[in-house]
Design a protein around this ligand. Sequence first.
Ligand code: AMP
Ligand code: MG
Length: 344
Amino acid sequence: MFFTKLHKKNPFIKNISMAVILSLLLLPLSGCAVIKSATKANSKITRTGFAFDTVISITLYGTEDESVLDGCMELAEKYENLFSATIEGSDIWNINHSDGNSVSVDRETIELLQTALYYAELSQGAFDPALGTVIDLWDYNSEDPTVPEETDIESALEHIDYTDIQLDTDTLEVTLSDPELLVNLGAIAKGYIADRMRDYISSQNVSSAIINLGGNVYALGSKPDGSDFTVGVQKPFDSTGSAITSLSISDSSVVTSGPYERYFEQDGVIYHHILDPATGYPSDSGLLSVTILSTDSVDGDALSTTCFVLGEEKGLELIESLPDIEALFITSDYELVYTSGFPR
Ligand code: AMP
Ligand code: MG
């Protein structure tokens, strides 16, 4: 009724691991190492883990220093403990349980909230960090998700005004002027964290790495042979996770948002996880995915969700107005639409 029957091809894939959503097609390293320095130059270490409800994986090139991977995993844990809406005692959990009282938070939580509010303004609410009441109703992570009652959605929609999130950047306090509002940073946090991991890895003198946080991909530097990394963009709803196209990038972020990442089916209708704050229902913008190419992953993360909700026309217009950001839209008939400056 609200979300058109787009795809019924693969009813059994839901919660596809984001690790395959953007499959990394990294060319093998070549050359035989004969001396220690050459061995290092050709070395590659990878760590895979689970955070933010998804598979994450970090690959470092030209180093054998596992402690840098340890540091990345510590960062993942640190930020999950700040930004998760479900971990008791996180900054976001504390804000959401503050009953309208001011809450002291980490400087980085304020920083990310500021960025989230910027994108809420920029998109006139298509991207909305105050959407928690509606997101919780849909509960895509439960074993047997169902479509919420319409009356519950209407009630939840009364508490999604992002202008009710007040930030004090001096005292580092957050106050909700609507105590029933629930903050949720799920559409932007992974991008922010990818950027912080990039900064950390660089600070450890590693100049070539791939950070993949559930499909939020950041390519630090280029491959050790000097060529670009190749990042595949997944064909939406393809059960094998095959790529519909690939991008050559260095020192860039590639983030994709799409309904196939999380959804359930009820009465032959697909209900996915990217919600339209105007209706409280999955966004029916006629797109299958949006991929954003940007310097910082926080921008790519916010804008991929934003543009999915805005749809092709308004999304393209928004991205064309922003410097140094490009986008690839996949339409409902699998047409690829690029912004004018997209490198091809
Ligand atoms: P992403 O995968 O980055 O597109 O983010 C999608 C996730 O962000 C969903 O699973 C929800 O938790 C949340 N979300 C859904 N719709 C929106 C929206 N319009 N604005 C902000 N967050 C959203
Ligand atoms: Mg996002």
